[in-house]
Design a protein around this ligand. Structure first.
Ligand code: NDP
Length: 254
């Protein structure tokens, strides 16, 4: 694929994210607490998670490792950060979930497969084929974009992992109900797991300073901001004693 076609694809991908945002803010994504049989055939929740996240890991790795470019040393750090996140999300997180007997629509699984395929491809191809030594020399490790981005990424990863962990332990093995989370960043927002994930990929976009990573950060925001707003409304509708000063996703803001 020539470079201009690639960039056209990434710009189109960003445009789609921006165009569908007003739609996804209105449609409650039907998985987890919002799961809904009206969306057709269902798949086991854990199996769905593994299958839908797998392309983000394998497609990214494949396009990076078999890329035709010089793969500067610095891009191996980008590669490791991505793989570290997605090994957890794909191969560890689904087995930790206390999700016995729950299902998700196959349609959601296939949409997520498509989403993860494209994001895995554009990022893996970019770092594996297009990235150059001139763009990412070893001195880039002291660049303010790299340093600030990696701090934001790790801060986001900490919040995301801590919050996922708190949620998982709200249930005893075998339980499937919901309670109000009280610990960690849940004191400030209903969905710190989503807040952390958005910070993480925004940090990745800053530290790599490239269009495909920006596209992924935008898509993460477009996916998770509406989901957090829907969760927040669900909490307020479900629990009359829900903390009134708790925001949905961004502490003290929204
Ligand atoms: P949720 O917060 O909806 O659920 C996470 C887990 O915690 C589920 O097993 C859920 O059970 C359980 N849970 C949630 N709230 C409660 C509660 N109040 N009481 C008891 N159990 C609860 O997270 P998502 O499924 O939306 O996302 C999971 C992870 O994946 C997050 O870290 C998120 O950031 C990430 N993600 C990233 C995306 C991206 O675009 N990069 C897209 C989607 C997710 P149940 O399933 O039964 O509701």
């Amino acid at each position: 694929m020539d470079v201009s076609t690639f960039y056209l694809l990434v710009y189109a991908w960003i445009a789609i994210a921006i165009l569908i945002f007003p739609i996804v803010i209105r449609i409650v994504a039907p998985y987890g607490r919002h799961t809904n049989k009206k969306w057709g055939a269902m798949v086991d929740n854990r199996v769905g998670w593994i299958l839908m996240e797998l392309p983000a890991l394998l497609v990214f790795m494949g396009f990076y490792l078999w890329g035709a470019g010089p793969r500067p040393a610095v891009t191996w750090i980008f590669f490791s950060l991505w793989v570290f996140h997605y090994v957890n999300r794909t191969l560890v997180f689904p087995f930790r979930l206390r999700t016995k007997g729950k299902k998700m629509p196959l349609a959601i699984m296939f949409m997520a497969i498509g989403f993860n395929f494209v994001n895995g491809f554009i990022n893996g191809y970019y770092f594996g084929t297009l990235a150059t030594e001139v763009q990412y020399p070893l001195t880039y490790l002291m660049d303010i974009r790299f340093l600030s981005g990696i701090l934001i990424l790790f801060f986001g990863m900490f919040i995301n992992w801590q919050s996922d962990n708190i949620l998982i332990h709200l249930r005893k093995p075998g339980e499937t109900g919901y309670v109000i989370p009280q610990k960690g960043f849940f004191r400030f927002v209903s969905c710190p797991n989503h807040f952390g994930e958005i910070l993480e990929w925004s940090g990745f976009a800053i530290l790599t300073w490239c269009l495909p990573a920006l596209a992924f950060a935008i898509w993460t925001l477009v996916n998770l901001l509406p989901r957090a707003l829907h969760h927040h409304k669900w909490y307020k509708d479900t629990f009359p004693n829900y903390p009134v000063d708790r925001k949905a996703i961004f502490p003290f803001i929204l």
